[in-house]
Design a protein around this ligand. Structure first.
Ligand code: KMH
Ligand code: ZN
Length: 280
């Protein structure tokens, strides 16, 4: 039976600026409020990056993540917190993993784990195997589950390899991030290939970058996968029409699911689907 749809909202990212959209949250309180609004719109999970509240630059410090998670908790809106360990290009592994350095009571249920190096626009998002292993170890150490970020086909192979060796606990949840310039393109053929390459029992979502966000979401809704949207990936509702925050992007996917006759998961169902209720 098709699972109810898990919608993840990537509310802030590391690359976006206020020059590109005035709706970008920056201060921890703004990020938390944006996350709560996305959850109210139908997102079960929020993917979080940190920003320096003064400069707006990406920041992965434990202090900033503690504040984001504390503010989110105070808003009392049930949602799964997933912190980024990708951070921004050029950050060290230790810097990236600052997002995991939060008080025990605020620990996130999930954290991202990119399973390979990839061109990222004009930059390189560097993830050699020792770094992947180290980040996986740190995620496991705080009792969180990894979400595999696959920007290219080989990243899925690496996740499978680490699962085979027992360095990651299968079955895993994989987010296919398609359409980053320099990485795997967002096409129906590519997504079909990736989904067909998943081991039995693994779950998947897709994050289409830019104008690919909604076409990829349509495919995931139709094929029984899950969806990630949010300002990190796309700032437009339609050509030239800025989304006034993250909630309208989530609402679009909720409407898509309704039209397709697919129910949106509750947070409890999402925990079950993503296996967050089991030993991590
Ligand atoms: N900002 C990108 C370089 C993640 O959050 O885990 C990496 C990224 C992946 O966004
Ligand atoms: Zn991210």
């Amino acid at each position: 039976m098709t699972q109810p749809l898990v919608i993840t909202c990537a509310v802030v990212g590391a690359e976006l600026t206020r020059e590109q959209t005035p709706y970008l949250p920056i201060a921890p309180r703004e990020i938390a409020e944006e996350a709560a609004r996305a959850a109210a719109a139908g997102a079960c999970m929020v993917h979080l990056h940190g920003r320096d509240p003064d400069s707006g630059a990406p920041s992965q410090t434990g202090a900033i993540f503690t504040e984001i998670l504390r503010q989110l908790r105070a808003l009392d809106r049930e949602v799964i917190a997933q912190v980024s360990t990708g951070g921004a290009v050029g950050m060290s592994v230790a810097e990236r993993c600052g997002s995991l350095q939060v008080p025990e009571a605020l620990r996130p249920e999930m954290a991202t784990l990119t399973c390979g190096t990839v061109n990222f626009g004009d930059d390189v998002f560097s993830n050699p195997l020792p770094a992947i292993r180290e980040i996986a170890r740190r995620i496991h150490a705080i009792g969180a589950r990894p979400e595999i970020e696959a920007f290219d086909a080989g990243h899925l192979d690496t996740a499978k390899l680490l699962a085979t060796k027992g360095e990651l606990t299968a079955p895993l949840h994989v987010d296919f991030v398609l359409g980053v310039p320099g990485a795997m393109a967002a096409s129906e053929r590519n997504l079909r290939f990736l989904v067909d390459s998943l081991p039995e029992g693994w779950t998947w979502s897709v994050a289409g970058i830019g104008r690919h966000e909604f076409p990829m979401a349509e495919l995931a809704v139709a094929w029984g996968g899950h969806v990630r949207v949010g300002l990190e990936d796309n700032i437009y509702l339609a050509k030239g029409v800025l989304a006034e925050g993250n909630a309208p992007l989530v609402e679009r996917v909720v409407a898509m699911a309704r039209e397709a006759g697919r129910r949106v998961a509750t947070v409890a169902e999402a925990r079950e689907i993503l296996r967050l209720d089991r030993a991590r």
